[in-house]
Design a protein around this ligand. Sequence first.
Ligand code: PEP
Length: 247
Amino acid sequence: MRRKLAAGNWKMNGTGAALGALEAIAAAHPAPSVDILICPPATLLSRAAHALADSAVDLGGQDCHAETSGAHTGDISAAMLADAGARAVILGHSERRADHAETDAQVCAKTRAALEAGLMAVVCIGETLEQREAGQTLDVVCGQLAASLPDGIDGARVVVAYEPVWAIGTGKVPTLEQIAEVHDALRGQLLGRFGAETGSAIRLLYGGSVKPGNAAEIFAVSNVDGALVGGASLNAADFSPIIRALE
Ligand code: PEP
């Protein structure tokens, strides 16, 4: 049985003043029946790890480099994230793929690096609006999935987040049937490639404009094991009801 996961992506939001919001989320869920992960900016990780030391909330990074160290100015290795208190890292977010031209091959290398550093990898995939309207959604997401995950993975430490690009930060959400179609296809592909044990252990999150008002119906969709939440993860007033909808 896969444990559900409510994951928050703070993106490039939050300075030290935002630690209070993290503490409020942790205080509202002292003993959750689901996993809670928040990925603040890397600059906050150490302080957040200190503030949440005794809480049930795990912390994650938002990207890592595929190499362990070296001449990569401005980049952060997976081991550095782990050292700062991260248990996980988001990889291949569509904003990274768009803003930094990240390819599936790079995401795959980063995923390998994250797993080798002991982190859980949250690998993001998703189609653009043009691709959906052209009827290419399943081809696109299945292609991204195939090329973004390395062989020989531990399914318990890999999470796949299906995030339609057109749903991120827009207030637009696919129909429940569209979410089910993609998640069922992804599960089928994972089972086919990795076998029953690993393929059924990998958690599948939906991401894209998840809010308190739509979380419960999305979480009822087959093969949805939780959510990757952007804007609504920035404060307890929005994120707590989403966590409770998953419990
Ligand atoms: C995201 O950026 O991963 C995301 C899902 O954002 P939002 O929830 O704001 O659409």
